[in-house]
Design a protein around this ligand. Sequence first.
Ligand SMILES: [Zn+2]
Ligand SMILES: [Zn+2]
Ligand SMILES: [Zn+2]
Length: 266
Amino acid sequence: MTPDQGIKVTILGSGSSPGCPVIACDCPVCTSGDPRNQRTRASIMLTFPGGQHVVFDTATEFRLQMVREKVHNIEHVIYTHTHSDHCHGFDDLRAFFFRSREPISVHATREHLDDLRTRFSYAFQNTGYHGTKPRMNIHEITPGVPFKIFGIDVEPAAVSHGDTNTTVFKVGTFVYATDFKAIPNELIEKWRGKIHTIVASGLRMETHPTHSSLPETVDVIKKIQVKQGVITHLGHEIDYQTVSATLPPNIRLAFDGLSVVCPLVL
Ligand SMILES: [Zn+2]
Ligand SMILES: [Zn+2]
Ligand SMILES: [Zn+2]
């Protein structure tokens, strides 16, 4: 069901880089019977009022996510960064070319496009035969320079994430920010009071050298003063039910398949 005056935001995957359950882990969350603790790698999809789809990243389980959500078309893929958990589903983009015979628009910064070319060199070489690789129109993103998708402004910004930058995106009144160590104050000021819905990463309760922790992300969401916040990219330290009970009423944890609606204007 597509909302007439809003963007539907679907959590395709809510997990951190190992996913959950983690291979060979017998911890209470990995062995829990709660399906909300079963997390594929982090990705979201926006459904626009016309039924068009934009996905952020092609996570490791991209194929399973597309099958689960019964997605028949993707018009744009926007990469936050190219750590393995965010791009290793890349090859399955070809399924959409087989169906539509239209190339998919792929957006990433120069740094991340260079990395995609290294990781998936076969897809960027002209072999004259397109049957075995994704067909793409490449768009280079420059942080700080907005672009439009389906008439809506997309504003990318670069934030630090350890050995790479990650790109966070404001799309109308929505923000997707994953895999950041911290959101700079200038960005918080810029977004404050203008965001209806944010989906932001919050790995675990304890601090981490390259990721924002869950309490740090709650703090950022409070400062931006959003209507609704969803915390994603969750590690196996986070039990859905236990941690959910501790959150403020307008902030919730993501789970695979969760969808929320964000209005086009506040
Ligand atoms: Zn990640
Ligand atoms: Zn575990
Ligand atoms: Zn990352």
